[in-house]
Design a protein around this ligand. Sequence first.
Ligand code: SAM
Ligand code: DTB
Ligand code: SF4
Length: 320
Amino acid sequence: MNYRSHWTKEEIRAIHDSPLLDLVYRAGSVTRIYHAANQVQVCSLISIKTGGCPEDCKYCPQSARYQTNVNATPLMQEQEVIDLAQEAIANGATRVCLGAAWRSVRDSAQFDLVLKMIRQITDMGVEVCCTLGMLTESQAKKLKDAGLYAYNHNLDTSPEFYSSITTTRRYEDRLKTLDAVEKAGISVCCGGIIGMGESIEDRIGLIYMLARRNPHPESVPINLLIPVQGTPLQERQSVPIWDMVRMVATARITMPKAMVRLSAGRLERSLEEQALCFLAGANSIFSGEKLLTRPNPDFDEDEKMLKLFGLTQRPAFAAL
Ligand code: SAM
Ligand code: DTB
Ligand code: SF4
């Protein structure tokens, strides 16, 4: 059964702007109804194809248009990916996400290789997610047949602000891929970024686009912009943690069953700040010393944090 998807922007805004502690309390209560209390899913990212992307997403160090410290590398060897996945699983990850800096998937030997990787990692008993750019329906079906559990494709921000961030594709293209993923029976992972210079209305606009989907995305990553040297957003100042808390809580309340994932930008945040995000309904993290290209808390550090908070690791395929 899906939950409410006829949200209005006014309703979402009212939730987002409600008194901070009421908001956190409400979001925390929703989490405890729909999810096992005190459980957090640990996910791991593997960048199987880094850099050299033709798109112009202004936040992204992997775009070929910006001079960043990311070197373009070819698709990783199969065995290397399998070894990294094994290591992540040994460290407690129950979801492994393979990322490629592609604009879209092309039917090719490379795609066939990715399908083989998915099959092998799926056979290790974890949720496999991929983020490979835009997909056609037939490619989504191939991914499903290979055992893919979830596909990540972020809307990133509101439709109105989108063209200030990316000009090489349209919001509708993103929505089309999400529809193809959904149609193939793959779990949808879709979220966004805060701290790119968007207004509060844009943040509400993003939640509106996500929470109006029927069904809701099963997974909603909330990224804090990592301003990367060489990208057009390199000078952006970090947003107050309260903005992140409000965003996480609003996602939690409007999409109660979704996994709300603290994604990019945790390294710079204190344990106290992360605790607030868990209280506000976040129930997943990306762990491991690297996200796709940027540093991130390593598994040991996160294990200590979870222990300190009395949080345990959520098993794979635990979606209710
Ligand atoms: N190329 C694929 C795509 O665009 O869907 C997949 C990879 S892309 C790097 C995945 C997501 O990472 C983006 O949608 C964005 O939300 C996030 N991301 C990339 N660079 C980031 C940054 N500097 N700070 C925060 N999030 C970032
Ligand atoms: C998502 O929303 N965030 C993750 C995952 N989905 C693929 C990626 C974050 C990337 C951060 C920048 C980098 O490491 O290059
Ligand atoms: Fe390419 Fe994805 Fe980065 Fe955009 S976010 S530049 S599509 S890798």
